[in-house]
Design a protein around this ligand. Structure first.
Ligand code: ADP
Length: 151
């Protein structure tokens, strides 16, 4: 079975992530959405909330699993026997950043990173922008799947 890990903070899941995951399952048998836990980072949504948003968004999609992990992404891939990392590319800044990470991961392991270009409809969306809209009481619902709702 060909599985790919889609790692990130998902604070919160956006329509951009959703698009990459949906397209990822046409290429892989299974997409493991992996929420990285970084104790130094402050999040808007708790780990439980972030996990629930993703699980609910893909409740009808058995090819999508959600896991949380600490430490290096490549170590988690090895631990669960996954050979591919899936990442989304929005713009040249993403490309430069992702290139460095992918080369580093490749030097640490045999794991290949597979990139999908974002769809034009969602390429401008970032979790940081969604958080900003939420903080300022804007309508964030156009930027996220229905499962993401602020209480
Ligand atoms: P990180 O903590 O690594 O910044 P994110 O949750 O922001 O994690 O992103 C995880 C992955 O989703 C990355 O590969 C990122 O490029 C991708 N991504 C984020 N926003 C979008 C978007 N609007 N369209 C496509 N991919 C996206």
């Amino acid at each position: 079975m060909k599985s790919a890990l889609f790692p990130g903070s998902f604070d919160p899941l956006t329509l951009g992530h959703y698009d990459i995951i949906k397209r990822g399952i046409t290429l892989f048998d299974e997409i493991i959405v992996a929420i990285g836990v970084n104790s130094d980072k402050k999040y808007m949504f708790s780990l439980d909330e972030r996990k629930k948003f993703i699980e609910e968004a893909f409740a009808d999609e058995p090819k999508v699993k959600v896991r949380t992990y600490k430490g290096l992404t490549v170590d988690f891939c090895k631990e669960i026997g996954v050979d591919f990392i899936l990442r989304g590319l929005r713009n040249p800044a993403d490309f430069e950043f992702e290139k460095a990470i992918a080369h580093t991961n490749r030097s640490l392991s045999e794991i290949e990173t597979v990139f999908l270009l974002t769809s034009s409809r969602t390429s401008y969306i970032a979790s940081s922008i969604v958080r900003d809209v939420i903080r300022n009481n804007g309508d964030y619902t156009k930027l996220v799947p229905d499962s993401v709702r602020v209480k």
